[in-house]
Design a protein around this ligand. Sequence first.
Ligand code: GLA
Length: 522
Amino acid sequence: MVRTLLAAGILVGGLIVLEDQAGALDNGVARTPPMGWNSWNTFGCNINETLIKQMADAIVNSGLRDLGYKYVVVDDCWFDPTRDSAGNLRGNPSRFPGGMKALGDYLHAKGLKFGIYQVPVDKTCAQYFGSYPGATGSQGHEVQDAKQFAAWGVDYLKYDWCSPSGTIDDQVRTFAKMRDALAATGRPIVYSINPNSIHAKTGPQRNWGDVANLWRTTEDITNKWNTGQTNGYPMGIQNIVDVTVPLASYAKPGAFNDPDMMEIGRGGMTDTEMRSHFALWAIMASPLIAGNDLRSMDPATTTILKNQNLIAINQDPLGLQARQVSNDGTRRVLAKKLGNGDVAVALFNQGASTTTISTTASAIGLTGDSFTLRDAWTNTVSSSTGTISAAVPSHGTVVYRVSGGTSSTPTPTPTPTPSGPPDGCTATYRLVNDWGTGFQSEVTVSNPGPSAIDGWTVKMTLAGGQTITSLWNGVNTGTSGAIAVKNTPYNGTIAGSGSATFGFTANGSGSTTPTGITCTTP
Ligand code: GLA
C-alpha cells in the first residue's frame, strides 16, 4: 500500500506530495471539521451520565456551543460489560442509569450532537488493557450496533482499532463494514476512525477519505509540547504537526485528517504553546474537539477556545488543510486558502528562541501589491505590499488572514465591523446530493450591495416530509415546516459583493425544492 501511494506521488522540491486519489465519504456530514468535546483526555474511564450532562451544560453556558462546539463525545467505558440476551449493546446501568437514548435526547434538546466510542475488534481499548471488564467490541455485530447507535440518536461514532493485529488492508475492509452499516441506518453519523492504537501507524499511510469522515494520523496525544516520539505513545504537539502537515492534500469537505483531541486547558504547556496548538489545529482543518474540563476553564483557556478568527479559518467551507510553504527546521510557514479568496498563513516558530519568520503574498498564492493582514490573536489589521512577517516567540504561531491582491476579493472578517446601512441579501438554494430517503443542500447568501452586511437570516418552507437532520455554517431554528437559519458568529459579516454558504442534510426526498426562500439583514 505504501508503495502504491508513493508511486502515485509527485516529487516536488525533494518532497513527496501525496495526491488525493480517494473520493470523500459522501454522507453529508463533517462538511467542515467537527467541533465539540470528548471525555477521554481528562476523565479517561471515569465517566458517567451526570458528568456528561454537566459538560453539555458547560458547553452551552460558556458560549462554546454557539461558536460551533456541538459534538459531545462519550469515549471508552460507557457500556455494560455484557451484551443483552439478543446481543444488543446497552449503557452501563450504574454509570448511565437513564440509558444512552435519554442521554442523546438531553444533548439534542440543548442543540448539541451525541458522539459515542466503540471498536471494530472484540475489546475496547480499556477492555484490552484490563482496566474495564468484558469484550463488547462490534466484531460480528456491526449492523446490529449501527442500528442501535442510530436508535439512540448517535451523531458521531469514534471507532478505534485498538489491536496489534491486522494488515492495513484488513483495517480498510473492517472499517468499511461499519461505514456501510452506518450508511444503511439512514441517519447521518460522522464516522471517525483511529487505525493507529496499539498497531503499526497506518493512519498516515493512505488517504482514508474513502472509508471515514475523520481518521487519526497519530498515536494518542498528551499535554506536552514534544515527547520526542515520531509516531509512538504519547505524542506532543510538535510531533503530531510533523506527521500531519504532509497529509494536507487529503482534506476536503467530508474528509479530514484528525490529529487527536485538544489538550488546551490541561496544563503541561505554556500559554504560547497552548495558543500554537489551537492555531495549528485550526489551520490544519483539524476537528476542534476540546479535551479539558469545561466546568472549570481559566480565562486563558476560554480565550483560546473561543478565538473566532481561528474558528472561521478552521470552519471555512472549502475544507482545505494548510499546505506547507516553507520549513527550515525552525521557521515553518503554512498557508490555507479560504472560500472568499483570502489566505490564512501561519508563521510557526519551532525553535527555542524568538525569531522573525517571513514569507510573501506570492508564496502563499496571492498576486498584487496591496494586502491587508488581520492578526488572528490581536485582531489588529495592517497593510503590506507583499511581505508577511512577524517576530514569533519560541513555540509560538502567528496567524494572519491575508486579503487583497488580484486573485482575492475584499475580506469578510469574522469580527463585525461598523459599516454603512445594510444593503440586504439574497439567498440561492442548490441541491447537492439526493439519496432518496435524504438529501444534502446548500444555500449561498450573497450581498449584492457595495458595503458589508452584519448578520443575515434565511427563511424558507421545507416541502412536506422534509426534516432537517444536520446543519452547518448557520444556526437553525426549527426542524420541519417553516424554518429560519441565522448566521453563525463567524460568517455574519459579508463584504460588498461577497457571499457566505451554509449547508444542511434533511430526511425526505430532495426532489422538491423548499419554497419562499428569503434573506433578510437585521
Ligand atoms: C485509544 C484512543 C483514545 C481513547 C482510548 C480509550 O487509546 O486512541 O483516543 O479513545 O483508546 O480507551
